[in-house]
Design a protein around this ligand. Structure first.
Ligand SMILES: [Mg+2]
Length: 327
């Protein structure tokens, strides 16, 4: 068994009021494929249909760590991935299997807590403050979960341990793969101050550009803005940023299930009469669904179109795609 990397900034006891884990499976889909197909191990595995079979239209949903060395990453077009890594093993995803494995991971979480909030198929927040096994240190819970997933499912994950969701999420990213990072309240402030602004969860490319224009490159720079300035520059998100950079995030771990579908529908009055009106409207709705998918980093394989006429008759048409798409 590989040794588990532990980067502890401080005493392992989290002395805040809550103990939150963020568990993130390492290169999840690709790792499942490598686990089940020995020939793929140690090789660059790219979860996307081979661009030659699919006129280059596929999108990479996961790249194994070997493939990442070539610059291949998720959300990249399969054609681009092929240019960077022609020797890559392209595998069209087996999403039913990944969902099943995700449920097995969830089953392991449930031995410790029922307060589980999945962010996607391969990552979740866990509140282990009052865990079922009565383990006092959050870091020990994290270690057990990481070892159990490895032993029972033969997969690795990285875990961030802290006193709130924002910092736990950053922490799980800090050391990957098979890493564990513990950030106690005492260490949170220096950790956030040195953090590049791009790494703040919720700061997209556009906000990052805006920050650079304001000479903000790290958490420490961001901290120089007053609360009013934060709101003035970044709107509603500004208030959250003001709090987060100070290590404040009171959002609870919400017990939810992963969303399985995203849709957009509208009723029109006056009615739409012309084909081009319908087409234009459809395009707008499709764009907003695509944005919603993008925000959640989700892809879909089944596209459903619902249509209702003036007599309230509803017709739906559905098609299953070969590759999961997001736009
Ligand atoms: Mg992951």
């Amino acid at each position: 068994m590989r040794t588990i990397g532990i980067l502890s900034f401080d005493d392992p006891k989290i002395d805040g009021s809550r103990k939150i884990l963020h568990v993130d499976m390492d290169a999840f889909f690709a790792s499942v494929e490598q686990r089940d197909n020995p020939a793929y191990r140690g090789k660059p595995v790219i979860i996307a249909r081979h661009p030659k079979e699919n006129s280059g239209k596929g999108v990479v949903s996961t790249a194994s760590y070997e493939a990442r060395k070539y610059g291949v990453h998720s959300a990249m077009s399969a054609a681009e991935a092929y240019r960077l890594c022609p020797q890559g093993i392209f595998v069209s995803g087996n999403y039913a299997l990944y969902r099943e494995v995700s449920e097995q991971v969830r089953g392991i979480f449930k031995r410790y807590t029922d307060i589980i909030e999945p962010l996607s198929i391969d990552e979740a927040f866990l509140d282990v403050t009052d865990n079922k096994k009565g383990i006092p240190y959050a870091m020990d819970v994290a270690k057990e979960i990481q070892e159990t997933i490895y032993k029972e499912l033969n997969l690795t994950c990285s875990i961030g341990v802290s006193y709130n969701k924002f910092i736990a999420k950053l922490a799980s990213d800090y050391q990957k793969p098979f890493g564990m990072t513990v950030i106690t309240p005492k260490r949170a402030i220096p950790f956030l101050e040195q953090l590049p602004i791009e790494d703040f969860y919720g700061v997209g490319t556009r906000s990052a550009e805006k920050m650079h224009e304001l000479d903000i490159y790290t958490g420490a720079d961001l901290k120089k803005l007053s609360q009013d300035e934060c709101i003035r520059y970044f709107g509603k998100a500004g208030l959250a940023l003001y709090e987060r950079v100070r290590g404040v995030d009171d959002r609870p771990v919400k017990v939810t299930r992963i969303r399985k579908s995203i849709g957009k529908e509208r009723t029109f009055y006056p009615f739409l009469y012309h084909d081009n009106e319908v087409e234009e409207t459809l395009r707008k709705l499709a764009n907003s669904v695509s944005d919603a998918l993008g925000k959640r980093d989700m892809h879909g394989k089944v596209v459903t179109l619902k249509f209702r006429n003036a007599d309230f008759e509803t017709v739906t048409r559905q098609t299953s795609l070969v590759d999961a798409i997001s736009n």
